[in-house]
Design a binder for this molecule. Structure first.
Ligand SMILES: Cc1cc2nc3c(=O)[nH]c(=O)nc-3n(C[C@H](O)[C@H](O)[C@H](O)COP(=O)(O)OP(=O)(O)OC[C@H]3O[C@@H](n4cnc5c(N)ncnc54)[C@H](O)[C@@H]3O)c2cc1C
Length: 489
């Protein structure tokens, strides 16, 4: 296939810093260092933000359930970051109320929920829209189909909904303004790492075209590969890496938008006393999540039938009159939480959501754990260290500026997507695969999410000959476009 030249040909021979892993954590550190004037390279083995950072519950939140674990500093930090991003990227996230219905027999009665939500507002320095406690009648007015048996009322509090993939991409673009000496390329894999005194040699390979390789050097290397940390770092013998993660899989389903009669997000308790979210989006309802131990290869996981049943069963308990079934599912996805091992907790749900920074060599930095919401502050410890080493001054507020560049297509809107807009996205956003174009840039998790009159296939078929010159297609995507039959004719 006649693709655009591999980005490996555009790489410089040397960078101040190479960041390996373009999920939200790598994107945040890359932006921080680039805004401080360092020449950085961000690489990802797959598409940027194609793993955990597009598989979250899509909330910027303080984490109301961490209050139960008395993790006040994490909640304080996450609430402040949530409220900051509502100001910095109002086109990618918005505040929303969440109903938390309470039933007789719950281990947290309504009065205790009142105390918890008051503390939540306090920890936001009262920047949160204040919570309310609703009577049973008020809850049923808002959610008429909710199970009313033993319902005592609800807590109503405020968090934010975010397009997780788009925010990560825009954080990356923001680092690439004209004067920046930084570059970011997807589908570039780190094959070999040699630590030689103060310099690191990195052998890179184009993972879409394995014949293209290049060796570059960097003063510092940062690994921000989330759940892939142990698998990747164990490959580099020089680092003598001991595994640090306790990975936990979480799955979500997208239901048809009319499957439930709800206007806003709900926080609900599962039968096994976890919490899960039901969040209406413009074209579908997001339900999740599960929590199970996982081992092995974490790329592109999908939910098991048991996980899907678990989610459907738990929703049915709250909406007994609605005939919900697996037929109402439009699509589903899974991600792996990069949790740090915690010798004090045997249950995954109990493991703290903290992040940790490691330095296996003096110019190799590793970051793992944490939450999407706190990505900006998580990486600051590493950025500060590297910026000071360069004898520059470190400004922790540098990343509090609004994002300057926007994606070509914004989320939360039913934009008209035409052939022109598609080529505009490809040109301006360094897209390399059709999957990336569809899922993250256009925001269509699967063709079944497409709600417009013209079908996706009708839109893409006429421009396929041009698209195949610039993008890589998986076999599945080719099938979607019925390319095989076209090519044969
Ligand atoms: C089910 C679920 C729900 C969640 N919900 C929320 C939520 O609502 N709010 C919240 O704040 N947090 C949430 N989280 C947590 C949050 O999503 C993660 O903490 C965060 O996305 C992790 O980002 P990351 O950049 O560390 O990892 P990732 O996004 O996984 O990024 C790591 C990147 O490294 C790349 N990579 C791997 N190996 C290599 C290699 N060899 N070379 C180059 N690149 C490589 C991968 O391709 C990937 O893009 C949720 C997590 C899960 C799993």
């Amino acid at each position: 296939m006649n693709k655009l030249p591999s980005p490996i040909h555009s790489l410089k021979d040397h960078y101040d810093v190479v960041v390996v892993g373009g999920g939200i954590v790598g994107a945040g550190i890359f932006r921080d260092l680039s805004l401080h004037g360092l020449h950085c390279l961000l690489i990802d083995k797959k598409d940027f933000t194609s793993q955990t950072s597009q598989s979250s519950s899509k909330m910027l939140h303080g984490g109301i359930r961490y209050l139960e674990k008395l993790d006040f500093s994490l909640v304080w930090e996450a609430l402040h970051e949530k409220n900051l991003w509502l100001e910095l990227a109002p086109h990618l996230c918005y505040e929303s109320s969440f109903h938390f219905p309470i039933y007789k027999g719950f281990n947290k009665p309504l009065w205790m929920v009142k105390i918890g939500l008051s503390l939540y507002d306090f920890l936001s320095s009262y920047k949160n829209t204040p919570h309310k406690i609703l009577s049973k009648k008020e809850v049923l007015n808002s959610i008429p189909s909710l199970n009313n048996e033993n319902l005592t009322g609800a807590g109503l509090y405020y968090d934010a909904i975010v397009d997780d993939a788009k925010l990560t991409l825009e954080v990356i673009y923001d680092s690439l303004k004209e004067a920046s000496g930084s570059q970011a390329f997807s589908h570039i894999e780190l094959e070999k790492l040699e630590v030689q005194g103060i310099k690191n040699n990195l052998q890179l390979k184009d993972s879409l075209n394995s014949e293209v390789t290049k060796t570059i050097s960097a003063d510092d290397v940062i690994f921000s590969v989330g759940p892939f940390t142990d698998n990747l770092l164990s490959k580099f013998k020089d680092l003598k890496w001991d595994p640090v993660l306790s990975p936990s899989k979480g799955s979500h389903i997208w239901l048809r938008a009319d499957a439930l009669d709800i206007k806003g997000p709900l926080l609900l308790r599962t039968k096994d006393n976890r919490v899960f979210f039901v969040i209406p989006w413009p074209n579908a309802i997001l339900v999740g999540t599960t929590e199970t131990k996982v081992e092995g290869n974490f790329f592109n996981l999908s939910p098991t039938p048991d996980e899907v049943h678990y989610l459907i069963d738990n929703i049915k308990k709250y909406f007994p009159k609605i005939m919900l079934s697996e037929k109402d599912i439009i699509s589903s996805f899974s991600g792996v939480r990069p949790l740090i091992k915690d010798s004090n907790s045997s249950e995954l749900g109990e493991v703290k959501r903290e992040h940790k920074v490691y330095q296996p060599k003096h110019n190799i930095h590793v970051i793992a754990g944490g939450k999407y919401t706190t990505f900006r502050t998580m990486g600051q410890e590493i950025s500060r260290k590297i910026v000071l080493k360069k004898e520059l001054s470190y400004n922790s507020n540098m990343t509090k500026q609004k994002l300057r560049q926007k994606s070509c297509i914004l989320p939360f809107k039913e934009d008209e997507i035409t052939a022109d807009t598609i080529f505009n996205i490809i040109e301006k956003e360094n897209v390399r695969t059709f999957d990336d174009l569809l899922k993250r840039r256009i925001g269509c998790p699967s063709p079944r999410h497409w709600n417009k009159k013209t079908s996706l296939v009708d839109l893409f078929k006429p421009i396929y000959p041009e698209l195949k010159n610039v993008l890589y297609f998986s076999d599945e995507d080719k099938k979607l476009l019925e390319v095989e039959s076209d090519v044969n004719h």
